[in-house]
Write a protein that binds this ligand. Sequence first.
Ligand code: AMP
Length: 577
Amino acid sequence: MASATFASLELSPSLVAAVSALGYEEPTPIQREAIPVLLSGRDLVGQAGTGTGKTAAFALPLLNRLLAEKPHAKAGKDAARFPPVRALVLVPTRELAMQVAEAIHKYSKGTQLTVVPCYGGAPMDQQIRALMRGASVVVATPGRAIDHLKRKTLDLSQLSMLVLDEADEMLDMGFAEDLETIIGATPETRQTALFAATMAPRIAAIANQHLRQPARVTIAREKRAAGKLPQIRQVAYIVARAQKIEAFGRVLEFENPKSAIVFCRTRVEVDELTDTLKSHGYSAQAIHGGMEQRQRDKVMGLFRAGKCDMLIATDVAARGLDIEHVSHVINYDPPNAPEVYVHRIGRTGRAGREGVAITFADHRERRFLRNIENLTKQPIEMLPLPTASDLKARRLETTRAALKERIEAGGLDEEKKFIQSLTHDFDVAEIAAAAIALAFASEPDVPEIEIPEPPPSRPYKSQPYQSRGDRPERGSKPYKGARPKTGGAEGSHEGVDLSDIAVLRIGVGKKAGVGPGDLVGAIAGEAGIPSRLIGAIRVAHDHSLVQVPAQLFDQIAGALKKATIRGKRVDVSRDPS
Ligand code: AMP
């Protein structure tokens, strides 16, 4: 695999320093391809989804460009109080707006550049104040960007760079018209980058219309014969980021690996995970590109001698290692390219031995797992996390095997004599049970709390409106109770109770040309509700009905009353049925 460093990409030193501080060791494939193109000033169409490192692929050249340019001198007449924005990133959801703004904030550390996220559901006045102070980069959902344009609180007249991130999803959500309006408010001189996970004709149409001879970047797949991949068991657990460490601990206990390599994306994550594992009594050692060769050799020595069971590694550090065999390859983070997955898991199941590859991913990374399956032509089995009772059963199973081995090894005469001395007072089974309970006493308790399931990957918008007797769609599940009540997981809308639903009646329908995408777009964009929390939708002639979590009803209704759908103010009420 061709290697490159961030420094060799000719990014400004402050950006190279920022990614290095984040623990990135080398650019991902999409970054290697896209960064030079964007740095050269060309427009770009990139086919890359979540998990590939696409955010840095556009954010680093964007920041580089702003650092190289002189800041704009003055605002236009109309927007005298609002300094013109220099770069705009449009994203489909509030969740993504927060993530992308946070990433850009981290990459711009040590520079004077500022980033302001603008999404529906957050207080308007706060955003307006931030825009008035002057934002170098705005990361916005289309609905909110339009709102600011109308209020003249967003001046795009001198924009240097525009990024359409997850453009396919923005179109799916009914933002096509809004995108046109926003692009119309930007100057033709801007540089434009468009990213989408799929290259549907509608995406190509936007690219043809608004991008100037764009370079196209699709990460070429290495052709790998399926036969080269060892036949190993490949499984994945979908967990929210906030629950990952807990889930990982549980899977480790369940799998009890003899020797494992655990992959993380960055040096910082490797160090953090190693510390956590050590504090839980595991013999884990870190290995990454930031360590001196001497240290790395020492760690490898320990691993080879079986003095440590787990190596926690970045891809760069593991690439040079000659490791004969490990029982488990664990992707604490999925890699940034499907090919890297194949390299990683090739370290287990060698020479016909049994091996297991385990991947932890969040719900946004599911598509990425499917790309891997397409590449390897082998299935990855999605498993539910082991439950508390699974763990208990596994402990007993391990104990049974250990006892059998010990009994067969013999030499237990003294112990037998001791037991016999107790049989006057107790039953043999009782004595053995007590001995096992004592042996377990030093083990950590099996946790009783179940880890909540992450949200489903398919947004609820395509699920049946069951209470009204609509024909269920293929493969869909009922909305009610589809997800257990959760607490404190990823994002601010985790923990929303989906078993209690309310029906929103919106006073526009087919007559006004409204489709489900418009409704999802308005609710997601204006109220800042992730589309996955929106239930079934029915668009009637002159009104529409949308299932929403009852807990969020007031927030959504309040936001929609102030918004427009297809350019019209709408009546919003609670449907009584
Ligand atoms: P994205 O596809 O932009 O959502 O990025 C997915 C994850 O990869 C994020 O957690 C990033 O912090 C991480 N990431 C991006 N680029 C790199 C890199 N070059 N090395 C390691 N991790 C990266």
